[in-house]
Design a protein around this ligand. Structure first.
Ligand code: AKG
Length: 208
């Protein structure tokens, strides 16, 4: 299904406690949006990547584009509110996010969307998570990235410079404030050979 992902030799598979989120660095963006970034948030990311790759029921999706039906260029798995997450490390990650962001977000993260980018040809186009409350309210989307590094691009809606975050193995990025409705994000295709990457997005209720 995918090429091999070469994990880090420094990875410590026995250590699963996420790094304290107080170490995340916040960057305010225009229009009331912000980004928190914490590189290397999850230790044991090699083992987590392998477990998710093999244990998650990855599904392909297709979408109508004008008069054609096209395959979505990545595989997906969605864990709705109350569903058991596919790995205990994701339970720990969610608990840590909830504890750290509860006061600011005012609610817990409820769902987990998992995406598998099989290689550099897989991607997601420019969009904001505006199905539901993200269209009208400030919210947060927290993304844990494992596997091959890929850039996540952000640009303000209506024009402006693009910002690039290189998401590495075990890294966390949180998009907050108005980010989903005033900015768009994308994972572009890469012409360079790229191994597989898994993105885990934690979202509050009714944000998609
Ligand atoms: O792959 C990522 O980290 C971004 C995923 C994303 O933006 C989405 O699924 O809405």
């Amino acid at each position: 299904m995918t090429g091999a992902f070469q994990g880090s030799l420094l990875d410590e598979p026995d250590e699963t406690t996420p790094r304290p989120l107080q170490a995340a660095r916040r960057t305010p963006l225009a229009h009331g949006a912000w980004i928190d970034v914490l590189p290397g948030w999850i230790p044991g990311a090699d083992a987590l990547f392998e477990r998710l790759l093999t244990s998650v029921r990855w599904r392909g999706e297709s979408r109508r584009m004008y008069d054609k039906v096209v395959d979505v260029p990545r595989l997906l798995s969605f864990y709705r509110e109350g569903a058991a997450l596919p790995d205990p490390v994701l339970d720990e990650a969610k608990a840590a996010l909830d504890a750290h962001y509860a006061a600011e977000l005012g609610e817990p993260f409820r769902t987990a969307g998992l995406c598998l980018y099989r290689d550099g040809r897989d991607s997601v186009a420019w969009h904001g998570d505006t199905l539901g409350r993200g269209a009208t309210e400030d919210t947060m989307v927290a993304i844990l990235s494992v596997g091959a590094p890929r850039p996540l691009l952000l640009r303000p809606r209506g024009g402006g410079a693009t910002i690039r975050y290189e998401l590495g193995h075990g890294d966390l990025i949180v998009m907050g404030g108005s980010c989903q409705r005033t900015w768009e994000h994308a994972i572009p295709k890469s012409a360079r050979a790229s191994g597989p990457r898994i993105s885990v997005q934690f979202r509050p209720r009714d944000v998609r």
